[in-house]
Design a binder for this molecule. Structure first.
Ligand SMILES: O=C(O)CCC(=O)C(=O)O
Length: 282
């Protein structure tokens, strides 16, 4: 695991572009273990759910609110990742949730243009002081539906979101205009690369029409000083206990166990009020 602090130049680039790609942040051994644990994890699979993508496909993901002592939890709590999030958000952070995006060969669905803060705003989060670490578990390419971002779009502020299929997406007319002024970037990544991105950065991805999987794990952090003013399906401020980076390899293939404590960590998709409130608005 790369564990040096972000340089001033990297922090400036994040502030200007709304994202920062760190190559080979997880070592090959770490990301291989993570991928193997995830693909063999029956509990992760059983808790996965699908949402229509509005383009005839479905996206599949598993989402949990609290990091456990599995390998996923160790990645999310690792000193290296949390320290980057702290540098980016300029202070203490807590774990807002993590998810595994299971974009399978030939069937993996698309994600519509959106800002994460388009949803999280609905959860009583007052400032867009959140960052996501998008971890490439598999190689992500144009062919298998890598992440696409609009460089600098976090400067636009929050855009209205409407329901597309079962996903909330940013107002397309506005996105079309934005694309005439800002650059669209396909973020191709190797396993172990990590993309940190701002909660207001517009992003999307295509369906996976290739024969290669494109799984990714996303760890989302909120600034501790940005504690939501109301309860929602994602946690309010909960102290995050960091672990040394070596804990990732030590956790080895540790997967989710269906203990009561861990069962409670999962998001119940029906409790996703941010989408429900968009449904009502439509
Ligand atoms: O991984 C992807 O393709 C997009 C995922 C995403 O945008 C999200 O989970 O908010």
């Amino acid at each position: 695991m790369r564990n040096d602090a972000l340089t001033e130049e990297e922090c400036d680039r994040y502030a200007k572009d709304g994202y920062l790609l760190i190559k080979e942040m997880l070592s090959r051994e770490e990301v291989e273990l993570l991928g193997k644990a995830a693909r063999e994890d029956r509990i992760l699979d059983q808790h996965s759910y699908a949402k229509a993508d509005g383009e005839g496909g479905t996206v599949r993901l598993s989402l949990w609110n609290h990091p456990t002592d599995t390998i996923y939890g160790m990645v999310a709590r690792s000193n290296a990742l949390v320290s980057c999030a702290e540098q980016i958000l300029e202070g203490e952070v807590y774990h807002y949730h993590s998810k595994m995006i299971m974009k399978d060969p030939l069937v993996g669905g698309a994600w519509a243009w959106h800002q994460d803060y388009g949803y999280w705003y609905q959860n009583g989060v007052l400032f867009p002081l959140l960052t996501s670490a998008w971890i490439a578990v598999d190689r992500a390419t144009r062919e298998n539906g890598c992440l696409q971002v609009i460089r600098g779009s976090h400067h636009l502020g929050r855009i209205d979101h409407v329901l597309k299929g079962e996903q909330a997406g940013a107002d397309q007319g506005r996105v079309d205009q934005i694309l005439t002024r800002l650059e669209l970037v396909h973020v191709e990544m190797e396993p172990g690369d990590i993309l940190f991105f701002h909660a207001n950065l517009l992003h999307r991805s295509d369906q996976n029409k290739s024969d290669k999987p494109r799984w990714s794990m996303i760890c989302c952090y909120n600034a501790a000083r940005n504690d939501p003013y109301m309860e929602s399906h994602h946690p309010r401020y909960t102290p995050l206990v960091k672990v040394p980076d070596s804990a990732i390899l030590q956790a080895g293939l540790k997967r989710f166990q269906e203990t009561e404590e861990e069962a409670a960590a999962w998001l119940q998709p029906e409790a996703d009020h941010s989408v429900a409130s968009l449904e009502r608005r439509d």
